[in-house]
Design a protein around this ligand. Structure first.
Ligand code: NAD
Length: 435
């Protein structure tokens, strides 16, 4: 018989930080950051106050408790979140994050970013986000499956193929999506369109796994063209070598750029002549980290951010470039592949120094774009060829870049605010038409 104890985990419970998991952003109010960016664009556009009020406020927020019987017999209590920010342009859409620093505020902020992102690439979705406060690196597959199925049961009532469709985010992947689809299907019958980012074998789309990294690369290429930076001669540093960072590194390397540094939660690596990215991917598959890659020298995550490179791609967590390290950042262009990597104070300082910042809602919108293609394929019960998926993604990303760059040049706005102006315009218009 197991000796079960109940271990409550408070939503914002602080775990002791280890050198590996220490992140610099715990103190940040991500929702305030997103709200500030929204307000700058809204005021610039002279958006009606009542529309601003509607667009700043999430439609629905759900906090659930998820008890999980752990392998050692303990009953652990986790907290899960689903925030549905806005759905005037289509069903709520957004990823699920499993991380020990997930809290309601962060999920709120990420949900709002999804609303602006889906509008920017002009796909018929709104914005949502979910998460569970947990440390998946310390959980077995069985425990993670229990947690995912528990979460699905608890948020089931707000999900739906035409209501809210989750997808992967930090520390969740195709396997987690398969468990959600399976759990949801027990009650509702076969429903592949309930999640995107599923295994291809279960109705996932070809090209979805690499879509965010591919989209990041398309936007980097277009930005280089616009700002007359020769990508082939450029040095690049990428923070985070998970889904987004590893695929972005691969595609950028294929375009001829010299990726001199990458990192993950365990540390970073550097080679001034350029890292062999395909070999690094193999090394990572074998060892679970970029650390100790032959021919590279170790660097810390902090050092990576301040390397003398042409392009810096933060592709991990939020708030990594802040007022403490911004003055040491030497990159000419920062491409935000992860969500909210730059705080507003740091953003201002980079702008004053004419560092080009390509914003997250544009850069990393490739993932949700192919998620949309996956949803369409599921609803129509068809399968698109990979070439077709990639060609449609290319079109959507280039078109989004063009609309942001046009506003940037015509209205002399930073790229981030230009991106907000495009998305807010679309969401505000749909709101006016509904009211
Ligand atoms: P992931 O879990 O696959 O990878 C995250 C990577 O970041 C890992 O390499 C991890 O080791 C590293 N990391 C974690 N903490 C770190 C730290 N403190 N310092 C340095 N590295 C650290 O997650 P992902 O899906 O690649 O997401 C990365 C970012 O991109 C997130 O901000 C996410 O919200 C955003 N994003 C993801 C998608 C998607 O399709 N997966 C889409 C849009 C945006």
């Amino acid at each position: 018989m197991s000796t079960a104890t109940l271990t409550p985990v408070k939503p914002n419970a602080k775990k002791p930080a280890t050198p590996e998991t220490a992140t610099p952003h715990k103190h940040l109010d991500f929702n305030r950051i997103t709200d500030e960016q929204f307000l700058v664009a809204a005021e610039h556009m002279k958006l009606e106050k009542e529309i601003q009020m509607l667009l700043r406020t999430p439609y629905r927020e759900l906090i659930v408790q998820i008890p999980v019987r752990m392998d050692d017999g303990r009953l652990e209590l986790f907290h899960g979140y689903r925030v549905q920010h806005n759905a005037v342009r289509g069903p709520y859409k957004g990823g699920l994050r499993f991380h020990h620093e997930v809290d309601l505020n962060e999920v709120r902020s990420l949900a709002a970013l999804m609303t602006w992102k889906t509008a920017l690439v002009d796909i018929p979705f709104g914005g949502a986000k979910g998460g569970v406060t947990c440390d998946p690196t310390k959980m077995s597959r069985k425990e993670l499956q229990g947690l995912t199925r528990g979460l699905t049961q608890k948020i089931d009532m707000v999900l739906g193929v035409h209501r809210d469709i989750p997808a992967p985010d930090v520390n969740t992947n195709a396997q987690v999506m398969a468990w959600i689809m399976d759990e949801y299907g027990k009650k509702h019958g076969y429903t592949p369109a309930i999640v995107t980012g599923k295994p291809v074998n279960l109705g996932g789309s070809l090209g979805r796994e690499e879509a965010t990294g591919r989209g990041t690369t398309i936007i980097t290429r277009e930005a280089c063209k616009a700002f007359k930076i020769d990508l082939k001669k450029s040095t690049v540093a990428v923070q985070g070598f998970g889904n987004v960072g590893s695929w972005a590194s691969r595609f950028i390397h294929e375009l001829g750029a010299i990726v001199t540094a990458v990192s993950d939660v365990k540390g970073g690596i550097f080679n001034g002549h350029g890292l062999d990215i395909p070999k690094l991917v193999e090394h990572c598959k074998k060892t679970g980290s970029v650390v100790d890659f032959p021919g590279s020298k170790p660097i810390s995550n902090d050092e990576l951010l301040t390397l003398d490179v042409d392009i810096l791609i933060p592709a991990a967590l939020g708030g990594v470039i802040d007022r403490n390290n911004v003055s040491q950042v030497k990159a000419r262009m920062i491409v935000e592949a992860g969500n909210s990597p730059i705080t507003p104070r740091a953003d201002d300082s980079l702008r004053k120094r004419n560092v080009i910042v390509v914003p997250d809602i544009l850069t990393n919108a490739g993932g949700v774009t192919v998620s949309y293609f996956e949803w369409v394929q599921n609803l129509q019960q068809v399968r698109w060829e990979l070439d077709h998926v990639n060609a449609q993604l290319e079109k959507k990303m280039v078109s989004a870049w063009d609309s942001v760059y046009r506003v940037h040049t015509e209205q002399k706005l930073p790229l981030r605010i230009a991106a907000y102006v495009v998305s807010l315009g679309r969401v505000a218009e749909a709101t006016r038409q509904r009211f």
